[in-house]
Design a binder for this molecule. Sequence first.
Ligand code: LRH
Ligand code: MN
Length: 383
Amino acid sequence: MSDIKAALLAQAIETPSWAYGNSGTRFKVFAQRGVPRDPYEKLADAAQVHAFTGAAPSVALHIPWDKVDDYADLAAHASNLGVRIGAINSNVFQDDDYMLGSVTSPDAQVRRKATDHLLECVDIMDATGSDTLKLWFSDGTNYPGQDDIRSRQDRLAESLAEVYDRLGEHQRFLLEYKLFEPAFYTTDVPDWGTAYAHCVKLGPKAQVVVDTGHHAPGTNIEFIVAFLLREGKLGGFDFNSRFYADDDLMAGAADPFQLFRIMFEVVRGGGYTEDVAFMLDQCHNIEPKIAGQIRSVMNVQEATAKALLVDRAALAAAQSAGDVLGANGVFMDAYNTDVRPLLAEVRAERGLDPDPMAAYARSGYFEKIAAERVGGAQAGWGA
Ligand code: LRH
Ligand code: MN
């Protein structure tokens, strides 16, 4: 059990700065009390998640949502709070110029502008000490014939190659795919295969990120994880959950069994290392945001603990014996194990309250920020 505890103690889950800001759908973005007004306050909230879980030591930034005058100062602020800056997320999906695409746009000037933004994000990595650039492109088309599918891939490859060449020695980028939305006919990076093919052509600093909300319903995501790990091309996860589309709900909330199956392939495939980034990418549209992040980190921890508890020897024996029910039984035994006492022990061993949600509620932090953060513009998905 000590090795499982050690593995859980080492787990690091990155929280997204934008989860602490207001978010919603095209129908409504509900403003909540106490929401941060700037990246400094977002980091303060993220530090609370780490303080109560001990498992969220880094925070992903999104540019320009987290644009500041002095990124080194922001990184120092994070360090003073006990966290560090994680992945830098580019944003080429909110500028009017990108209506027909960003790096894939038919307009060369627009492509130049988009690629320059990606290069600026590498500068921000240099300034904050981040080693990871996360690239998601909303690029796509809405109607057949709107643009040439092949030419758009050529344009994408050209931009990615320029960014790849700009990366420093210890830096990498993670290419994120998504089936659809905001484009509804073609999406230029729609699936893992497209992302994988581009990354293989580029080289070792280019890997694929699996956002668990970006697949067609019924997709076996753990197969994709197993395959990418085998190829050394799994760079990380954007964990969230969904009932229908890219709902961005709390990881493990909609389908905890799927999260367990995914984490098992991570453990089995040797992906439980710092090379695979465990990131959350969620929106707390109606629920309290900091508490929502704490709950999400705990959900990933629970799925991970169950995955680590799978009796690998018994599983392998049943699998090689063709014992279908035996093998499935071993797998389900782990999933049906209540790991909350184990995680409570792990938290207690690192001097934390075994119940982070209750401890955070007792801390009065939310009441404090709700009282303090009056006035100013609340952060959201706007620059
Ligand atoms: C796109 C996405 C991407 C982020 C955004 C916040 O749906 O998953 O990872 O840039 O959400
Ligand atoms: Mn994502």
